[in-house]
Design a binder for this molecule. Sequence first.
Ligand code: GUN
Length: 283
Amino acid sequence: MAELIDGKKISQDLKDEVKAQVSELKAKGVEVTLAVILVGNDPASTVYVGNKKKACEYTGIISKSYELPEETSEDELLKLIDELNDDDSVNGILVQLPLPKQIDEDKVIRRISPDKDVDGFHPESVGRLSIGAKGFVSCTPAGVIELLKRSNTPMDGANAVVVGRSNIVGKPMSVLLLRENATVTICHSHTKNLKEVCKNADILVVAIGQPKFIDGSYIKEGATVIDVGIHRIDGTKKLCGDVDFESAEKIAGKITPVPGGVGPMTIAELMNNCYLSAVMQNS
Ligand code: GUN
């Protein structure tokens, strides 16, 4: 049976480290502040934003909350972002996605100053990551790297396979694994022989957004499996990932559960990015 990689525990450790660092900054007279913008009342987004605000409270980061109505225009949102960009007391700006259809998400992401882009979604942040320059790293893939490091999974020289090529997870994930000297393969819906490619992975990161898509037959004996997916199982309150946990845990060496794996790491990394932003802005 695979060893569980406990994202709840690891994210708690990371939040405690951020809390201590934020407290040290405070002692030097520097506060850390995150502006959180939610447009509309999508239930999932409301829960995510609530969790982000709770994590701010825990780590000692000030959260400034902007809850705007569903019918907010693009211009109104861009104007608020401009004000927050110019406000020296704000270190990070987070606009919860998705946005209502009248607002162009890409335009909004580009409007956030790269110096305050704690989500790491701005093209400038993505470009910096790809050339190995300093900048904000998207929170979920950063969290996956931390899970691998803190579970003592060797990345240097490992065959890492990333299933999924989204801008938020798959692409930055592959760049981060490359930065750790893994040999990286990115798979997607057009990949031929997906199972054979996955079976060659020492590290398999799955982020395709389809429930239980990858089962034990895709996994090499002893591999480390990271499941980024999260889905509600139809008609129940239970959650599952993109990986069929039951069959996968029999083959894998280490595996993340859903819930309690990657999910909690995303918010812990967001807190870390807010702290780093305040350090950069005050140095
Ligand atoms: N919506 C779902 N995940 C995220 C995230 O990580 N950041 C933002 N801003 N919106 C999201």
